[in-house]
Ligand binder design. Structure first.
Ligand code: AMP
Ligand code: ZN
Length: 448
């Protein structure tokens, strides 16, 4: 099976060839832990979970290393901790715990490593000192800045003209910068901010910039170059552009990762999600109403590179689809995707196609392959069944009334008065109550 992935750097779908097939390496930028994750944050988690499962299937479960970092040092974290009157450590611990609970309830596998930025300060300082030594960074006013003009390929990932990059980065043209595009690798800490001994003989303690974190953590856990680097499309510029600049200059390589992958953005009911519009949805809120697997299937119903419109209707449809898969599937404890599903996923993670293929397996011939496919995705039958039971629609009539009408219908049938027995059945059907006759008698259920 040939895996093809779209690479943002070359803007092409390419055959995926791991640098070392016995150690396939993927890094995905993780959350900044200061608040509950929103449903937009769930998108990269879900998309790259499918890729992780696929790589494990293709190369072997023990041959794939998936690193997703935790950003636990950031100005938003400092501000939120101060606002709440809690320590930074307590805030990041609690938020990280909640995040782990959320993504596990969604049904995503834990990554192989979840490194925290604050545990990699030494690696960041090592990189910073290398960059200063190689002339790619300089110290100014207790900051260390990356010198963008020192890197000739800067801007290759986002391919934006320089003036657009300046506007996009919303860089403050600080007086200590040699070039307005130069970005911070290290900065002094204000009173109360977390701080560490600074690199490069800077006397005052300081803290790292955001971009250097990911260069340090990917280096530590995956090496100087690795196979796949992912995240949301908003990270292409400046975050990933700057990661490339730092890593390639520090290691004298021309590629940080072979494949750059970015998921499209999520909107809620057709609008940009924002607190001010009142349509901000946390993963936790979605999980209060829906099984995690339903949310995951709804997310996968759009191709990862397209924007996705998150709607109630989409969730309702995903719930029906998942229930229909479990109704049709049987046997096949082996969690292997059906060949047509595998083919769709191997074509740049075409999950809408994969889901369509699952629908066409809902027959006697396909039921075993469908069971294997559900196992591959890790969809959980018991969770959906329990949810369905809690959300069983209520009948329009009291059960005793339904039972007495069934008795009247049985009496009519015994008298061969089929006009009357059909009338009773149709009347119940019009109220959404469906009768099922078998040799053991007649049962009823409410249509969904
Ligand atoms: P953040 O915590 O904001 O750094 O985001 C964590 C991850 O979620 C990054 O990969 C972002 O690109 C991604 N992300 C944030 N908002 C959205 C959204 N509305 N749709 C899709 N991905 C998002
Ligand atoms: Zn990152």
């Amino acid at each position: 099976m040939d895996l093809k992935l779209y690479d943002t750097l070359t803007r092409e779908k390419q055959p995926f060839v791991p640098l070392d097939p016995s150690r396939v390496r993927m890094y995905v930028c993780g959350p900044t832990v200061y608040d509950f994750a929103h449903i937009g944050n769930a998108r990269p988690v879900i998309v790259f979970d499918v890729l992780f499962r696929l790589l494990r299937h293709l190369y072997g479960a023990d041959k794939v290393t998936y690193v997703r970092n935790i950003t636990d040092v950031d100005d938003k974290i400092n501000a939120r901790a101060a606002e709440r009157g809690t320590s930074i450590r307590d805030l990041t611990e609690e938020t990280y715990r909640n995040f782990k609970e959320d993504v596990s309830a969604l049904g995503c596998l834990p990554p192989t490593v979840e490194p925290r930025a604050t545990e990699h300060i030494d690696e960041m300082k090592t990189l910073i000192e290398r960059l200063v030594a190689s002339g790619n960074a300089y110290v100014a006013d207790e900051h260390v800045l990356f010198s963008v003009p020192s890197m000739k390929n800067y801007g290759e990932l986002s391919k934006r003209p320089l003036d657009e990059m300046i506007a996009g980065a919303r860089v403050d043209v600080a007086p200590y910068k040699r070039d307005p595009m130069d970005f911070v690798l290290w900065k002094p800490s204000n009173r109360g901010d977390p701080s560490w001994k600074s690199p490069s003989d800077i006397r005052t303690p300081g803290r790292p910039g955001w971009h250097i974190e990911c260069s340090a953590m990917s280096w530590k856990h995956l090496g100087e170059t690795f196979d796949i680097h992912g995240g949301g499309i908003d990270l292409v510029f400046p975050h990933h552009e700057n990661e490339i600049a730092q890593s390639c200059c520090a290691f004298h390589t021309d590629r940080m990762a072979s494949t750059w992958m970015h998921n499209g953005f999520l909107q809620v009911e057709g609008e940009k999600m924002s607190k001010s519009l009142g349509n901000f949805v946390t993963i936790r809120e979605v999980l209060a109403d829906w099984p995690g697997d339903v949310a995951r299937l709804a997310m996968l119903s759009s191709h990862y590179r397209q924007p996705i419109n998150w709607t109630l209707k989409g969730l309702e449809e995903a719930e029906k689809a998942l229930a229909s898969f479990f109704d049709a599937a049987s046997g096949g404890a082996d969690p292997t995707p059906a060949p047509a599903v595998l083919e769709a996923l191997a074509d740049d993670l075409n999950t809408p196609k994969a889901i369509a293929e699952m629908h066409s397996l809902k027959n006697a011939v396909g039921r075993k392959a469908l069971a294997g496919t559900l196992g591959f995705f890790g969809f959980r039958r018991a969770e959906l069944a329990a949810w369905r039971e809690r959300h069983a629609p209520q009948p329009a009539l009291p059960a005793a009334d339904i039972e007495s009408r069934i008795a009247a219908r049985n009496a009519a049938r015994k008298d061969k008065n089929f006009a009357e027995s059909d009338r009773i059945r149709d009347e119940l059907a019009a109220m959404g109550i469906v009768l099922k006759d078998s040799k053991d008698g007649t049962t009823w259920e409410v249509a969904r």
